[in-house]
Design a protein around this ligand. Structure first.
Ligand code: TYM
Length: 334
C-alpha cells in the first residue's frame, strides 16, 4: 500500500528553504491515493540542546505551519514523534542493524558535530537510525524531502534491505526519496555555497516563515550577489551561485522556468530583480504566516490535533514494530 511519510524538526523557526523544498509540497499528496503521514520530530530536535519551553512552542509552531500550508489533519495524520513510542522502539532495533561505518559517512553528522564531535550527543550520531524508524514504522514507500535529506533516505533503504536480508524476510519496503522542483536546495542569502538553514547564526542568511514583509524585503535587498547584469538564459548563471539561488527561488515561487524569468530580466541588474523577487516572496508567504499565527492563537487546539494524530499513527506503527520484534525472535506473551 503506497504511503507517504515526512518530518520536520522543531529545532528552530522554519525557513523559506524548508517551505519550498518540502513543506509546501505536502498538501498536494492528499487525496491522490497514498496515505499521508506528517510528523513534528521532537525526538530528533533534542539531539542538540533545546530549551524545554521553546521546544513545546516550536513543536506547535511546526504543526501550525503544516496546517497553514494545507495539511489537513483529517485527510493526513499529523502528530509529534515523541507521542508514538514505536519510533524510539524501532530505532533501537535499527541501531543493532545499522553499521558504524554507515553512520560515519553521514555528512549531516559531520556538519552538525563540527570539529568537536567528542562532545556531541550519542543521539546526534544515531539520528539517521531514528529517521529510518520514522519512515519504516509505517512501511512508507515515498518520502518527500529537500536534497539535504537524500543521504538519510538512502541509509533508510540500506537498513531496510539489511533487516530483510539478515532475517530472510521481505518485511520493510525500499522507500523512495521524492526530491523535486527548482528549490530542492535553497542556499543562504549571505553565502551561495551554504544551504539556507534554521540553525545558521546569521538571521540575514535566511527568510523565516515568521518574517514580516519589511524584513523579507530588507533581507532580499541585502542578499549577497555579484555585480554583473542578468544573462539571457540559464547557461549564463554558471559559476554565479548567489544569482542562481535567487533565480531558483523566484522560479519556485512563481512556477516559471529560469529561462522564462531571464527573458524578462535580461541585461538588468539586481537593483531591478531583487524588489520584484521580494514582492513575490511576500505575496506567497504572507498568507502562510498569517494562518500560522491564527493556529498559534489556540495552542490547546493544536495539542488536541497532535494527540488525535498520535493515536492514529500508533495504530499503524505499533503493530509493525511488534511484527519486527517477532521476526527477530523476541517473545511476546501478553
Ligand atoms: P529539517 O527539519 O532540517 O527540514 C525539513 C525539510 O526541509 C528541507 N530543507 C530544505 N529544502 C530545500 N532547501 C533548504 N535549504 C532546506 N533546508 C531544509 C529538508 O530536506 C526537509 O525535507 N531529518 C529531517 C527530519 C526528519 C524526516 C524524517 C524527514 C526526521 N525524520 C523522516 C523525512 C522522513 C530534518 O532534519 O529535516
Amino acid at each position: 500500500k503506497p504511503r507517504i511519510f515526512s518530518g520536520i524538526q522543531p529545532s528552530g523557526g522554519l525557513t523559506l528553504g524548508n517551505y519550498l523544498g518540502a513543506l509546501r509540497r505536502f498538501a498536494g499528496f492528499q487525496g491522490t491515493g497514498p496515505e499521508t503521514i506528517y510528523c513534528v520530530v521532537d525526538l530528533h530536535a533534542i539531539t542538540v540542546w533545546q530549551d524545554p519551553a521553546e521546544l513545546s512552542r516550536r513543536t506547535r509552531e511546526i504543526a501550525a505551519a503544516y496546517m497553514a500550508s494545507g495539511v489537513d489533519p483529517e485527510q493526513s495524520i499529523l502528530f509529534n514523534q515523541s507521542q508514538v513510542a514505536a519510533h524510539a522502539e524501532l530505532a533501537w532495533l535499527f541501531n543493532c542493524v545499522a553499521r558504524l561505518g554507515w553512520m560515519n559517512r553521514m555528512t549531516q553528522f559531520k556538519d552538525k558535530a563540527g570539529k568537536n564531535s567528542e562532545n556531541s550527543s550519542l543521539g546526534l550520531y544515531a539520528y539517521p537510525s531514528l529517521m529510518a524508524a520514522d519512515i519504516l514504522a509505517y512501511r512508507a514507500t515515498a518520502v518527500p524531502v529537500g536534497d539535504d535529506q537524500k543521504q538519510h533516505v538512502e541509509l533508510t533503504r540500506d537498513i531496510a534491505a539489511k533487516f530483510n536480508h539478515d532475517y530472510g524476510v521481505e518485511f520493510f519496503p525500499q522507500p523512495t526519496p521524492l526530491i523535486e522542483g527548482t528549490a530542492t536546495r535553497v542556499m543562504s542569502l549571505r553565502d551561495g555555497s551554504k544551504k539556507m538553514s534554521k540553525s545558521d547564526p546569521s538571521d540575514a542568511s535566511r527568510i523565516n516563515l515568521t518574517d514580516d514583509a519589511d524584513t523579507i524585503t530588507a533581507k532580499i535587498r541585502k542578499a549577497r550577489t555579484d555585480a554583473e547584469p542578468l544573462p539571457g538564459s540559464a547557461e549564463g548563471l554558471k559559476d554565479r551561485p548567489e544569482a542562481k539561488n535567487l533565480l531558483n527561488i523566484y522560479s519556485a515561487l512563481t512556477g516559471e522556468s529560469i529561462d522564462e524569468i531571464l527573458g524578462k530580466f535580461e541585461g538588468q541588474g539586481f537593483g531591478t530583480f531583487k524588489p520584484a523577487l521580494a514582492e513575490i516572496a511576500v505575496d506567497v508567504l504572507a498568507p502562510i504566516t498569517s494562518k500560522m499565527s491564527q493556529f498559534m492563537a489556540d495552542p490547546a487546539e493544536i495539542d488536541r490535533i497532535l494527540g488525535k494524530g498520535a493515536t492514529r499513527a500508533a495504530e499503524i506503527a505499533q503493530p509493525v514494530v511488534e511484527e519486527a520484534k517477532g521476526i527477530m525472535g523476541m517473545i511476546r506473551s501478553r
